[in-house]
Design a binder for this molecule. Structure first.
Ligand code: PMP
Length: 307
């Protein structure tokens, strides 16, 4: 991780190395944290957040699901995110706001004090490597099933959910894959350890629905919108594992991952074994948002204040 100068922590900007928590903090023992990953892009018009409002809405939704009281209104935290980018003089960044139950009660139930909030920002290139976005990556289906409905809520982006992601991702790496794909409790496709999943067959996009234990991805939403604008049909529906093997194209979406083609699943080549034509068009439309070649009809870009 590339360190920057300041992190918002305990109600103010502090030097990166001083943004620490007590070892007896509730979140460290019981994973009682909710967080976000947001990108700032260096656009033609200057640095801009991509979908800051949607990410913040999801953070406050995650806190609500866990009955966690946020110490400030959403707009205030959005302003803090702007402040962290400006203070660190970043033109592009990955922004990581986190809210967590801090030091106080060690009971599982925890203290009902408002959550503690920190916001860090740092430079972060392509999550799956620069090559991945052109050549595609090799993935495998995990032996670990994703969180079952009514166990851990996947609409919340909560620290605890990433124990599942860690098992899936560690197994994938052990088997030589770049990423692992989880199946839901019914054995249908769910998502990657940190990405949503899209399949293309006969020109139609298919993606697992919210009921397949997925995180409602912001990049997934952007991708569906961009596909609709290209008059491509998008179906959110339950998909069997083998739909991956017989797809023409498969790709993953995520804030860190952006849009990454998949060239093989479980050692079976997907389509021509390289990025497909529709995936490429969607990538171009996505990255076009930042050089202005794609119109931002969704109002997704929010210019950095004082940027
Ligand atoms: N699923 C999981 C489990 C994730 O961690 C992420 C990354 N936040 C995604 C999907 C993609 O979501 P988004 O596009 O909002 O980053």
């Amino acid at each position: 991780m590339e360190e920057t100068e300041f992190i918002w922590h305990g109600g103010k900007l502090v030097p990166w190395r001083e943004a620490t928590v007590h070892v007896m903090s509730h979140a460290l023992h019981y994973a009682s944290s909710v967080f976000e990953g947001i990108r700032v892009y260096d656009t033609k018009e200057g640095p801009a957040f991509l979908c800051l409002g949607s990410h913040m809405r999801r953070l406050y939704d995650s806190a609500r699901i866990y009955r966690m009281e946020m110490p400030m209104p959403q707009e205030e935290l959005e302003a803090i995110c702007h402040k962290v980018i400006s203070a660190n003089k970043l033109r592009s960044a990955y922004v990581r706001p986190i809210a967590f139950r801090g030091y106080g009660a060690i009971t599982v139930y925890g203290s009902q004090d408002p959550a503690e909030v920190s916001v860090a920002a740092f430079p972060w290139g392509a999550y799956l490597g620069e090559e991945a976005s052109e050549k595609g990556v090799d993935v495998g289906i995990s032996s670990w099933t994703r969180l079952a409905p009514n166990t851990l809520p996947t609409m919340a982006k909560a620290g605890g959910n990433y124990l599942s992601s860690q098992l899936i991702s560690m197994e994938a790496h052990r088997h030589g894959y770049t990423e692992g794909i989880g199946l839901d409790a019914n054995g249908n496709l769910s998502e990657g350890a940190g990405e949503n999943l899209f399949i293309i067959r006969n020109g139609v996009l298919h993606t697992p629905p919210l009921t397949a234990s997925i995180l409602p991805g912001i990049t997934r939403g952007i991708t569906i919108n961009l596909a609709n604008r290209m008059d491509l049909e998008v179906r959110e529906e339950a998909l069997p594992r083998e739909a991956l093997y017989v797809a023409d194209e498969v790709f993953m979406t995520g804030t860190a991952t952006e849009i990454a083609p998949i060239r093989s699943v479980d050692g079976i080549q997907v389509g021509a074994g390289k990025r497909g034509a529709i995936t490429k068009r969607l990538q171009e439309a996505f990255f076009g948002l930042f050089d202005g070649s794609t119109e931002d009809t969704g109002g997704w870009l929010e210019p950095l204040s004082n940027g």
